[in-house]
Write a protein that binds this ligand. Structure first.
Ligand code: F6R
Length: 603
C-alpha cells in the first residue's frame, strides 16, 4: 500500500525515481508524484492523479537533479486526486515529505499543533510535514524537528523528508511500514521494496521500527529511538532484474500462472532431498509436534490457501488446525489451546492485518512460523521461524503462484511432521514425486488456454454474477476461484459450499447464471453433481471442472488425476485462467484491478 523511493547522489534522479515507482506500482496506483532538488537551488514537484505513466507524461526534461523522493499512492485518507498525491510540502515550502502508512492521531495533531495552518488536501500525511515545520519554526534543527514529530505521530509510517535548505540529506524513519536503504557507490537510495532500486544496487540495509536514518550520498547513519547509533550489515538481494520483467507476456498474471509448474519444482528442490525425504529445520518440526493445535493466520488468497493447508495438515499430522482471518483474530482472539503454534501465511510478508496479530502473539511469548515469498519481510523477521515459498516475485495484484506455492510448502511441512510422528498416511506419501506429477498436470492445463478462453466467451461474456461451488477442499478452491474472478473482472462471484446453496443463496440463481462446479473428491462427487442439477433446473448455466477419474463426458474441463491431497494445486489453475480471460474480454487491466494494491500495509 503506497510505495516510496528516494535517491541522493546521482545526476538523473528524476528518471531513477520514476523507474523505481514503476516497479512499486503494484503497491498502489491511484496517484503519484516526485520531488527533485537540482542545481542552483532549483526544485521540482510534479504530481498526477492516475498511473505512473500519467506522472511521467508530466515530467519535462528540465525536471532533474541529484536528490529526490517519489511516491505511488493507494488512497486511505482523502480520495485519489492530484491535491492528495504525495509528496506533500509544508506551508513555507521548505520541507517536502512522502509517507507510506496511516497516521492514527492526525486529527489530534491538527487540533493541538496546526490550528493556524492552511492544509491543502485531506491526507493524514500532510499533517506530518506541517508538524516538522512547526517544530522547525520553534527553533529546532531539521533532524531534531523530524525526531520530535516522530515522538508525537502514532500509527504506521515509512517517511522520507527533504529540507530544501539542505538538499544534501534525506531523513527517513520507519514504523510498521516497510523501508530499505540501498547502498551505491557515491550514492544511496531508499525504497519500500528492493525491486524498485535493483537497477541501481543489490545491497540493502534493513531498518527496524522506531529507527531514523540520515541518508547522504556517501554515508548513512541509523539511530534508534533513544538516539543511539545503530550499525547494521547490508545484505545482498537475491533477486534478478529479469525476474521482475514481463518479458513477452502481455500481463504479469499470465506469466505468473505459467510459472507455477517451475515453482513446484523449485519447492521440491528446496525442501526435499534427492532420495525424496523432506528437509525442514528440525526445530520447527519439534515445536509443531509439541503443540496441541495449529492456528493458521492469513488474509485473502493466503487465507484461502490456509483452508487447503488445514485439510492436508490434519490428515498428515493428526494435529487439529484452525484457520483465521488476521483482521478478525487480532481483535476477537478465540480461546487458545494450552500449547498453540501459529503459522502465518503471507505472500508479501508485509500485510498489516497479519502483523498486528504477530505483534500480540510475540508479546504473549507464543511460537510462530511465517510462510512467505519475501525473505527479510516483516512477518519473516518477526516470527520465530520462516519457510520461503520460492515462487519468485509475484507482481500481478491477483495472487496465483503464491497460492499454489503456499499449498505445496504446507504439504511438505505436513509430510515432514507426519513422518516424524510415523503416521502411515504420511510415510506412504512420496511428496517429491506427487508434487512433480502435479507440476506436469499444471502444464497440461496451462496448454489448454485457447479452450479456456473460448469457454469463457460462452459462459461469462454478459454475466454480472457467477458462483463457484464444491465440497471439502473443492469448496476451499471455490472460495479462491471466486475471489480471483471478482477481484479482476468485477463479476460478482461467490464461492459456496455446494450443499449450502439450497439453504438460501440459491434464490440468486436465475436463467443463465454461470455456476462452476469443482469435482475432485470421490466422496463428494455425486453430491456436488446433485447440487449442480438443482441449480441447472433453475436456469443455471453449469460449467464443470472435474478430475478424469470422476468425470462425465459432458464436463467442460477435465483434468488428469493427481494425488487426492494435492487436488487444489491443479483444480485452481483453470479458474485462474478463467478469471484472466474474463477480465481480458471485458477490457480491464488484468494486473492492476481497481481499488486494490498488492501489499496491504494498512489495517
Ligand atoms: C488476492 C490477493 C490478496 C492477498 C491478501 C494477503 O489475489 O492477493 O487477497 O492474498 O491481501 O496478502 P499477503 O499474502 O501478502 O499477506
Amino acid at each position: 500500500m503506497c510505495g516510496i523511493v528516494g535517491i541522493i547522489g546521482k545526476d538523473n534522479a528524476a528518471d531513477i525515481l520514476v523507474q523505481g515507482l514503476e516497479k512499486l506500482e503494484y503497491r498502489g496506483y491511484d496517484s503519484a508524484g516526485i520531488f527533485v532538488a537540482g542545481a542552483n537551488d532549483q526544485h521540482y514537484l510534479v504530481k498526477s492523479q492516475g498511473r505512473i505513466a500519467d506522472l511521467q507524461a508530466r515530467i519535462t526534461p528540465e525536471v532533474n537533479g541529484t536528490v529526490g523522493i517519489g511516491h505511488t499512492r493507494w488512497a486511505t485518507h482523502g480520495k485519489p486526486s492530484e491535491r492528495n498525491a504525495h509528496p506533500h510540502t509544508s506551508s513555507n515550502q521548505r520541507f517536502t515529505l512522502v509517507h507510506n502508512g496511516v497516521i492514527e492521531n492526525f486529527e489530534e495533531i491538527k487540533q493541538e499543533f496546526l490550528q493556524n495552518k492552511q492544509l491543502e488536501g485531506e491526507t493524514d500525511t500532510e499533517i506530518a510535514v506541517h508538524l516538522v515545520e512547526y517544530f522547525s519554526d520553534n527553533g529546532l534543527a531539521t533532524k531534531a524537528a523530524f525526531k520530535k514529530a516522530l515522538t508525537i505521530i502514532k500509527g504506521s509510517y515509512a517517511f522520507a523528508l527533504i529540507d530544501r535548505n539542505d538538499p544534501e540529506t534525506i531523513y527517513v524513519a520507519k514504523n510498521k511500514s516497510p523501508l530499505l536503504i540501498g547502498l551505491g557507490d557515491g550514492f544511496n537510495v531508499i525504497c519500500s521494496d528492493a525491486m524498485a532500486m535493483l537497477s541501481q544496487t543489490n545491497h540493502f540495509v534493513e531498518i527496524a521500527d522506531g529507527e531514523m536514518v540520515t541518508v547522504k550520498a556517501n554515508e548513512i547513519a541509523i539511530e534508534d529511538e533513544k538516539g543511539n547509533a545503530v550499525y547494521r550489515e547490508s545484505y545482498e538481494a537475491q533477486l534478478n532484474l529479469s525476474d521482475i520483467e514481463k518479458g513477452t507476456y502481455p500481463y504479469y498474471m499470465l506469466k505468473e500462472i505459467d510459472e507455477q509448474p517451475s515453482v513446484m519444482r523449485r519447492i521440491i528442490q528446496a525442501y526435499t532431498t534427492a532420495t525424496g525425504d523432506t528437509q525442514i529445520d528440525e526445530e520447527i518440526l519439534n515445536q509443531i509436534i509439541a503443540s496441541d493445535r495449529i492456528y493458521i493466520i492469513a488474509c485473502g488468497t493466503s487465507y484461502n490457501a490456509g483452508w487447503v493447508g488445514k485439510a492436508i495438515l490434519e490428515q498428515m499430522t493428526n494435529i487439529p488446525v484452525e484457520v483465521h482471518l488476521s483482521s478478525e483474530f487480532g481483535y476477537n482472539m478465540p480461546l487458545l489451546s494450552a500449547k498453540p503454534f501459529f503459522i502465518f501465511l503471507s505472500q508479501s510478508g508485509e500485510t498489516a492485518d497479519s502483523r498486528q496479530v504477530l505483534v500480540q502473539l510475540n508479546e504473549m511469548g507464543l511460537p510462530s512460523l511465517t510462510l512467505t515469498n519475501v525473505a527479510g519481510s516483516t512477518l519473516s523477521r518477526e516470527a520465530d521461524y520462516t519457510l520461503l515459498l520460492h515462487a519468485g516475485p509475484e507482481i500481478a495484484v491477483a495472487s496465483t503462484k503464491a497460492y499454489t506455492a503456499q499449498i505445496a510448502v504446507l504439504a511438505v511441512l505436513a509430510k515432514a511432521i507426519g513422518d516424524q510422528k510415523a503416521n502411515p498416511k504420511s510415510l506412504n506419501f512420496d511428496i517429491a514425486h506427487e508434487l512433480s506429477v502435479g507440476a506436469a498436470i499444471m502444464e497440461t492445463i496451462i496448454d489448454e488456454k485457447m479452450l479456456i478462453s473460448q469457454l469463457v466467451e460462452q459462459y461469462l461474456t454478459d454475466s454480472r454474477n457467477a458462483f463457484y461451488i464444491g465440497r471439502g477442499v473443492d469448496y476451499f478452491v471455490a472460495m479462491e476461484a471466486s475471489l480471483k474472478l471478482k477481484e479482476i473482472s468485477y463479476i460478482q462471484a461467490e464461492g459456496f459450499a455446494a450443499g449450502e446453496l439450497k439453504h438460501g443463496t440459491i434464490a440468486l440463481v436465475e436463467e443463465g447464471t454461470p455456476v462452476f462446479g469443482i469435482i475432485t473428491d470421490q466422496k463428494t462427487a455425486a453430491h456436488t453433481r446433485g447440487n449442480l442439477k438443482e441449480v441447472e433446473s433453475r436456469g443455471a448455466h453449469n460449467f464443470v471442472i472435474s478430475l478424469e477419474s470422476l468425470a462425465k463426458e459432458t464436463d467442460q474441463l477435465i483434468i488428469p488425476d493427481v494425488h487426492p491431497l494435492l487436488t487444489p494445486l491443479v483444480s485452481i489453475v483453470p479458474t485462474q485462467l478463467i478469471a484472466y480471460f474474463a477480465t481480458l474480454q471485458r477490457g480491464y487491466d488484468v494486473d492492476k484491478p481497481r481499488n486494490l494494491a498488492k501489499s496491504v500495509t494498512v489495517e
